[in-house]
Design a protein around this ligand. Sequence first.
Ligand SMILES: NC(=O)c1ccc[n+]([C@@H]2O[C@H](COP(=O)([O-])OP(=O)(O)OC[C@H]3O[C@@H](n4cnc5c(N)ncnc54)[C@H](O)[C@@H]3O)[C@@H](O)[C@H]2O)c1
Length: 295
Amino acid sequence: MPHSFNRRDFIRSAALTGAALTITDSIKAFSSAKKDKVRIGIIGAGFRSHEHMGNFLQRDDVSITAIADPQQRSVDEALKVFAAYKRPEPAIYKNGDYDYRNLLKRDDVDAVVICSPWEWHSIQAIDAMNAGKIVGAEVCGAVKLQECWEVVNTSEKTKIPVMMLENVCYRRDVMAVLNMVRKGMFGELLHGQGGYEHDLRGVLFNDGKTAYNSGVDFGKNAYSEAQWRTEHNLKRNGELYPTHGLGPVAVMMDINRGNRMTKLSSIATKAKGLQKYIAEHPKGGANHPNAKLNF
Ligand SMILES: NC(=O)c1ccc[n+]([C@@H]2O[C@H](COP(=O)([O-])OP(=O)(O)OC[C@H]3O[C@@H](n4cnc5c(N)ncnc54)[C@H](O)[C@@H]3O)[C@@H](O)[C@H]2O)c1
């Protein structure tokens, strides 16, 4: 299978499966003017963004010029990361859900990294590309299939690259298997299977003070991902986080680099473990209102 890599392939694969370039590489590859510093804007400054910020702020050739997040608590925590790396504070956009659009108007933002709740990813990515900013979007990048196409279509229309930041493709063990695939050790791949096997109960519920393993609340009484992610488990059944499992398989099978997906099956069981977790938790119990919800 050929591994030649043109720009259109990059955009398609980036939007749908993750790509082989880092965002800093993609900026260097596609910007017309040579720059010695990449200037990043962060949209959604919660816990995940801290990891990206830490990576960026260690580099002399990257600066984070602006962040956007409507929660004061998230902004405060993000500024601690800047202080830890002794880097100048960014401009802050915290005035509601759409203040990120003011970040996108800045001339000193070359690219954005989107770390907001899932339902915001595609709309923020599309807005960013329309504003001329290169996009890295956290997992999942979109919630509905049509949103994926809108991201691809906007990238093709604006000629701005977008990368879905599927980090599992770059795990050491996953890359070792990819290397074995590339060497032909399995012959021609005919079937791929991946899953997201992660006990998330301590992430989906907390006490509103500490993000992980601290309680049984979600929604407005909770903190970090439990504020918004758990609602998906309540209202939707399915593979809610598909790209951790799909991304590595797609890379190994050269999806969008010569092959394409023609059939995909997804299987999920009822989320009975969530009720059980609340019922058995010291801060919950069988009579806790959340233990009565049908996830
Ligand atoms: N790739 C990975 O391994 C990995 C790990 C953890 C999280 N994630 C992903 O990262 C993303 C963020 O997760 P997190 O753990 O940081 O969650 P989080 O809840 O800690 O952070 C999300 C932040 O987005 C902010 N936000 C909400 N609406 C916004 C808007 N309209 N504009 C800007 N900001 C907005 C929230 O106030 C919050 O601070 C999610 O997509 C999650 O799935 C990926």
